[in-house]
Design a protein around this ligand. Sequence first.
Ligand SMILES: Nc1nc2c(ncn2[C@@H]2O[C@H](COP(=O)(O)OP(=O)(O)OP(=O)(O)O)[C@@H](O)[C@H]2O)c(=O)[nH]1
Ligand SMILES: [Mg+2]
Length: 364
Amino acid sequence: MAREIAVKIVFYGPGLSGKTSTLRKIYETVRPSNRGEMMSLATEGDRTLFFDFLPVKVERVGDCAVRLALYTVPGQVFYNATRKLVLQGADGVVFVADSQAEALTQNKESLRNLEENLLEMGYQLQSFPLVMQYNKRDLPKALPVSELRAALNPYGAPEFETCATSGRGVLDGLKTITRLVIKDLKNKKVVPPPRTTSVGAAHFPDDEDGAGLEGQIQQHLSSSERSDERGGGPLPRPTTTQRPTHAQTTPPAVVESQLGPAAALAPAALVDYARAADDAFRRGDIAACVRACQEAVRRGLAFAGEGTTAEQGFLLGVDGTDLLRLGQLAVRPVVRAEDGAFALYVLMQVLTRLNRAGLPGPEV
Ligand SMILES: Nc1nc2c(ncn2[C@@H]2O[C@H](COP(=O)(O)OP(=O)(O)OP(=O)(O)O)[C@@H](O)[C@H]2O)c(=O)[nH]1
Ligand SMILES: [Mg+2]
């Protein structure tokens, strides 16, 4: 009804391939009014522990507003359960490969892992919106693109040579996956047909038309396309939440444009509840975060109509095991940051499903 599309894009790939760096670069490049805070849950060595999250708003694509929820997965092999969680509900994937020769085996394993995880969710990689990002092109040991293509891109997905530390190619990849996802959602009839105008113009130009979707995304997404040689001092790093075991320093006051990950996805009726969850997590008050998530989830599920939590969850397509696990967090002491991140993840899942179902309707 709001003619707003919420899109989830996941950056996937082996450990240390540059997924978090890619998201940081997007964070630095997008105009602050068009993005929320980047949330990272990392170990001391800066390895992703659960996920990174960055909400980005694209004001207009055709006659719809687009909200991108960008996630990275933890690349290390033993975090597959987390990767599956983060991948749930994804509309598109950017596979970030490490171009170095010594990383080829890990790249292949990670791609196979993506294929398996998608298959478990009922999707085939060859027909799923996918962009290949060959990263670390600046390093001398980078393999020629032809070799990477032969090993990693049998389905002919669009490819980009990137350097996530300088930003080269990163936004091009993001624009392309956004375009692919919207096209895919259109094909699945998730995106409503454009309103006809007096000139009857198509609002979702489909292809490589520079003045079309891509051009519009470029116009709205980036404050300035930075070149590799961009001068100036280092840009501020996004907020990084190190695995907190105790209260963190007080966060800066939340201003309207700094939506946390849950609030960025929330319909108006749930914004305050989602914000309470975001703020508690940011403060390191994990117990309060879990409680706020449970409350927001309960209220969110209620938009699916009367019934048990199980029925409401089923109607919205929210993972039942996740709902059970969230409920269980209430009956044991909550001290771990992962619990807060998980609770936020479930809340974001509910909010994404509500968005997709067009709930709550205009009367709420
Ligand atoms: N030279 C170079 N270094 C890069 C590039 N991209 C990332 N790095 C470096 O590679 C290391 C790992 O980058 P991350 O972005 O943390 O990797 P990741 O894929 O998020 O790793 P996990 O969270 O463990 O899955 C960091 O030291 C980055 O600075 C690149 O394009 N070129
Ligand atoms: Mg990472």
